[in-house]
Design a protein around this ligand. Structure first.
Ligand code: PMV
Length: 348
């Protein structure tokens, strides 16, 4: 028996793309497949309180709290998310919801919370769906959760499972499709176990370009079709790397993807430079350190100035010394987050 009121709490992580999703078509379908590390530390925690209404409501009834404070400015985003997913979770208008959410990472850290936030909400809603339809299998549950997350924010589809997920159809990745992300379906080499991601907060400001504006820049972009082709090739390369453990090849693909993402923004109309001088200083320092020590450290970037420093768990001590001694000076207020590869959304 499903109770008419209750609450569901879950946590869902952020993720960092290795092959980037940049460019989409309606409705939230990717122009190219992408692959990411699911993170462990950077997460959203969401409590969904629900109460059954006497009559089915005309509109969605919900209230929103972020870190304990009411957040009416976030409502339109959730409103349009609900609108998009109601066909798939028709119970939405039968309940009144209170959504309480908070992030483990500092807000206004320049870290996008849409992947963790949207996937956490989708996961809570799917738990309610499971109570109403208990026959749903575990496999259907994760697929549909990723599917709903995608309709909130494309990259959110990749946060439900870990440690590595693929979103978007690729001819050589079994089960991959545009509708939802799947776990990387091959045995991952030991070299990637516990892989580290130290996120340097180079610029904690609001993003200059929202990702939806960013994706739109790929319409009519002079290099878009080449870019989409290249992303497919890079998925092939990365698939090989994740199986073989070839870290030099990993570095090449991942850094090239990060710079290509920014190159796309620099060559679109309007054009943007989202790196800051300190982003470039950090990149140059990483390259010097790699050359001097033979370390397998590398970087990747989101659509912003912060740098994700990726390295094997076996190098943790040395690389953390390097980061503290040489890179932290480039971080705003010396702030950085020690994260690593993680396993996806779960109930609390
Ligand atoms: O999920 P969105 O629409 O916020 O797009 C995310 C785009 C990038 O973070 C730049 C790349 C990616 O694949 O995550």
């Amino acid at each position: 028996v499903v109770s008419d009121q209750g609450s569901i709490s879950c946590t869902s992580p952020s993720n960092i793309a290795l092959v980037k999703y940049w460019g989409k078509r309606p409705v939230q379908l990717p122009e190219n497949p992408s692959i990411s590390f699911t993170l462990d530390v950077c997460k959203t925690e969401t409590i969904l309180r629900y109460e059954k209404l006497q009559n089915v409501s005309e509109d969605f009834q919900f209230e929103l709290f972020f870190e304990g404070e009411p957040k009416p400015e976030f409502k339109p985003k959730i409103q349009s998310f609900f609108q998009r997913i109601i066909t798939y979770v028709p119970f939405l208008k039968q309940y009144k919801f209170i959504i309480e959410t908070s992030n483990t990472f500092p807000h206004s850290s320049g870290i996008a919370s849409s992947a963790s936030g949207m996937s956490a909400l989708a996961y809570c809603l799917m738990q309610l769906e499971k109570q109403l339809n208990p026959q749903i299998t575990d496999e259907e549950f994760v697929q549909k959760t990723s599917f709903l997350s995608r309709l909130g924010s494309g990259s959110a589809s990749r946060s439900i499972e870990g440690p590595i997920t693929v979103w978007g159809a690729h001819k050589n990745v079994e089960g991959s499709n545009d509708a939802y992300a799947v776990k990387f379906p091959y045995l991952i080499h030991q070299n990637f176990a516990n892989y580290q991601d130290t996120i340097l907060l180079v610029d904690k400001g609001e993003k200059q370009v929202s990702s939806s504006v960013g994706h739109d820049l790929m319409y009519g972009h002079p290099f878009s079709s080449e870019r989409f082709k290249q992303a497919n090739e890079n998925i092939d390369k990365l698939k090989g790397v994740l199986i073989s453990g070839d870290l030099d090849k990993f570095i090449e693909v991942v850094e090239s993807e990060a710079l290509t993402l920014h190159a796309m923004m620099m060559t679109s109309l309007p054009y943007f430079i989202l790196m800051k001088p300190n982003t470039l200083s950090v990149i140059n320092k990483i390259w010097e350190y790699r050359k001097e020590t033979g370390s397998k450290i590398c970087f990747t970037l989101d659509a912003g100035a912060n740098v994700h420093v990726l390295y094997p768990d076996t190098e943790k001590e040395q690389v953390m010394d390097f980061i503290k001694n040489e890179l932290v000076v480039y971080c705003e207020k010396g702030q950085y987050i020690c994260d690593k590869i993680g396993l996806g959304a779960k109930l609390l």
